[in-house]
Design a protein around this ligand. Sequence first.
Ligand SMILES: Nc1ncnc2c1ncn2[C@@H]1O[C@H](COP(=O)(O)OP(=O)(O)OP(=O)(O)O)[C@@H](O)[C@H]1O
Ligand SMILES: [Mg+2]
Length: 502
Amino acid sequence: MPPLLEVRAIRKRFPGVIALDGVSLQADAGEVVAIIGENGAGKSTLMKILAGIYVPDEGELWMDGRPVQFRDVNDAMQAGISLIHQELNLVENLSVAANLFLGRERTVGGALRWLDRTAMRRQALALLERVGLPAPLVDVEVGRLAPGQKQLVEIARALSLQTRVLIMDEPTSSLTQRETDRLYEVIDSLRSASVTVLYISHRLAEVKRCADRVVALRDGKNAGGLSKAEIDHDAMVRLMVGRELKQYYPRSERVPRAGFPALEIRDLCYEGGPKQPINFSVRAGEIVGMAGLVGAGRTELAEAIFGIRRITQGEVRVAGKAVRIRSPQQAMAAGILLVPEDRRHHGLVLQASVGFNLSLPNLPRLSRFRLVQRAKESAVGEELRRRLRIKTPSLRQTVGLLSGGNQQKVVFGKWLARQPTVLILDEPTRGVDVGAKSEIYALMDQLAGEGVGIWMISSDMEEVLGMSDRVAVLHEGHLTGELQRAELNEEAIMRLATGGSK
Ligand SMILES: Nc1ncnc2c1ncn2[C@@H]1O[C@H](COP(=O)(O)OP(=O)(O)OP(=O)(O)O)[C@@H](O)[C@H]1O
Ligand SMILES: [Mg+2]
C-alpha cells in the first residue's frame, strides 16, 4: 500500500532564505511522526505547505499514491489535512462553540439553512469532552480562556473536521502538565482511529513519550530519522544540532553576594493579587527560580514589580534603596528588566528589523552621537546574533518573518545588551531549541557571575532544578515556601506548588 502522505523533494524560498531545500517525508495512516529541528530549520514552513498555506517552489505532495496540489487551506482541508498553528488562530470575542464551527456552521432544512443550534451544541460538548475541557466552557468567549485552554479548543476544532492528517506545531508550549497529559491521550486515540499525526516539539521528553518515529530537519534539509526504539534525548540532539552538546546546565563557582539584596519586596500587594502581602528577595549574583503551576500568579507578581500592574501596598527595594515604580520606564531606570512571557505581543516591534529590536532598550544610551550609534548598534547586534545563533539573513530582516523560536531569541537578546541590577525572566526558553537553550543558560550563568540578581519564572521543572540557586514556590498568588539548592527535588517543588508545605 502506498503511504497516506508523501512529500517529495520540496523546496521553498523566501527573500534571502532557503527555508526548505529538497525535503522529503512519508507517513502512514495512524502513525505519529515527530518533526524536530533547531529554530529556523524549516519545520513550520513544511507544515504550512502541507496545510495549503504556502505553495512550494518545487517538489510534490502525494496522498494515497496520487499527486495532489493545494492552492489554499480549503484544498488541504478537503483532502483531510488540518494544522494547529504555533500562533493560535481563534476569534477571541466569539464563544468556544462558535469557534469550533466557524465558517462551516451546521445547517438543516436544505434551502432554508437554519442553523441547527441544538446539534451544534451537542457536537461541541462532545468535542470538549474529547479534549478534556469542562462543558460549561462551551458558551465562554475564547478571549477569556487561559492559553492552554485555547490550545485545546484548537485541537477540538481540528477533531471536528474529517481529519486524516493532523499537524500540531508546538502544541504543548503553553499547556499545564495536566493538559499535556490529556493531549497525549487525545493523540493515542487519534492513532487508534488511524489518523496520522505530525507533531512538532522542542520538548524531547515529550517526543519520546508520543512519537512512533522521528524525522529531523537541519537548515532546510533532511537530517535523518529515528525509529521508535532509537528515540532518545542525545540521539535527537545529535540529529538536530549536528554536534554533541555538553554542559547543559552550566554552573560556574558563583556565590550570591553579601550585602543588600539586588531586589527586595516587602509586604507587597498589587492590583488583582492575593490579599496576603508578599515578601521575597533575590541576592546579587543569585539565580532564584520561581516555580508554580500555570496560573499561580507568577507573571502577575513580575508585572507588578515591573510597573505594569499597580502596586497598592508595600515596598520594592533595589540594591538596598526603596524605589517608586509606576511604569516600566521607572522600573528600568531603577535597574529592573523584565523579559516577558508573551514575547510576540509584548517583547517585539514585529514590523521592525532584527537590528532595531535588538537595540531598542539601548537607544537612549546609543543615540547621543548618531554615527557612533550605528556602528555600536550593529556591533552589539552582530554579537548577540552570533551568541544566540539567531537565524536571519541579516540584521535588517523584519523580525516578524523569523521563525517562532528565533523571535524568542531576539527578545531575549535585546535585554542582554544592557546590564540590569535585577533581571526577571518569564519562561526564558519557551519555544527555544536545545542549542540556544544551553546558550541562554550560559548567559544567565555569566550575568549572575557578574553580580546580576536573576529571578527566573519557569514551568520547566528540569530548568528550575538545573539552574536555580534557590527556588521560591507560588500557589494562588501566595509564597508557599522556599527551597535551598541542597533541598531541591521535583517532589518537594510539586508539594509546595499544589499548596502543601515543606
Ligand atoms: N514568511 C516568511 N518570510 C521570510 N522568511 C521566512 C518566512 N517564514 C519563514 N521564514 C524563514 O524560513 C526559515 C524556516 O522557518 P520556519 O518557521 O519553518 O522554522 P521552524 O523550524 O519552524 O523554527 P522554530 O522552531 O523557531 O519554530 C527561517 O529562517 C525563517 O526565518
Ligand atoms: Mg516553527
